[in-house]
Design a protein around this ligand. Structure first.
Ligand SMILES: Nc1ncnc2c1ncn2[C@@H]1O[C@H](COP(=O)(O)OP(=O)(O)OP(=O)(O)O)[C@@H](O)[C@H]1O
Ligand SMILES: [Mg+2]
Length: 237
């Protein structure tokens, strides 16, 4: 087991502090969920952990390796990859070109191609559309593409920013099932979700952020009901 640890992480944009000293721990083979109201800093925190934003103070570590303030490609090499909010597929690039982007930190291009071939079989809707521009895939297919792209680097940890947003109920279930399967392969998941009801049953651990601060940490069993989560969002207990 390897732990991904954030310790008192402070970050933001320009001079604007958004994340105000958040600590969390996620483990390989487990699903750790972050909930919180819109604009509270969930995506900002994930971006800082993934190396896409500087960590102003505090630190992030994966096992023994300090990740904070390494460039994104170094973070990817250490085994951590971010699937950004909205999937972040390149709409004008084809499915295959998007998948190759997932292996950009790997110098051995043949290895990247082999990994893509091994992966794409598990995503039949992508395998049928290798040369299709990603922008003309459905929302669900784009979600699968961004997940598959994240897997090309064979990460130990994937940070998922609202992977089920905007998907039909059936696709929400398929996406969350695929994510659960990844943990069975030993991958750690740190996931921001708004579909609390769907995410709770698969979560091993929960964090709730509000206004850039951690307001709750525990297991799904520690949460009484949705109303308690809303109370925490609003600043209560
Ligand atoms: N690139 C940016 N430059 C400046 N401010 C930003 C930037 N991105 C986000 N912010 C601000 O930072 C705050 C937190 O945004 P963030 O995207 O982390 O929220 P979130 O919790 O992910 O919200 P949501 O649930 O809507 O995705 C917001 O006030 C937002 O306006
Ligand atoms: Mg967000």
């Amino acid at each position: 087991m390897t732990a991904l640890v954030a310790e008192n992480v402070v970050t933001g944009y320009g001079k604007q502090e958004i994340v105000r000293g958040v600590s969390l721990t996620a483990e390989t083979g487990r699903i750790t969920c972050i909930f919180g109201p819109n604009g509270c800093g969930k995506s900002t925190l994930l971006k800082a952990i993934a190396g896409a934003l500087p960590v102003w103070s505090g630190a992030t570590r994966l096992g023994d390796v300090t990740l904070s303030n390494l460039p994104v490609h170094e973070v990817v090499r250490h085994g951590l990859v971010l699937m950004p909010q909205g999937g972040g597929v390149f709409p004008r690039l084809t499915v295959m070109e998007n998948l190759r982007m997932g292996g950009y930190a790997i110098p051995d291009r043949r290895l990247v191609e082999r990994r893509i071939e091994a992966l794409i079989d598990q995503y039949p809707s992508l395998a049928r559309r290798r040369r299709t521009a990603a922008g003309s895939l459905s929302g669900g297919e784009q979600a699968m593409l961004s997940l598959a792209r994240a897997l090309v680097s064979q990460p130990r940890f994937i940070l998922l920013d609202e992977p089920s947003a905007g998907l039909s109920p059936a696709m929400v279930n398929e996406t969350l099932e695929r994510i659960t399967t990844l943990t069975e392969q030993g991958i750690g998941i740190l996931m921001v979700e708004q579909n609390i009801r769907e995410a709770m049953p698969i979560a091993d651990k929960l964090y709730i952020l509000a206004a850039g601060e951690k307001r709750f940490e525990g297991s799904p069993q520690d949460v009484r009901d949705d109303r308690q989560i809303m109370d925490i969002y609003m600043g209560g207990a």
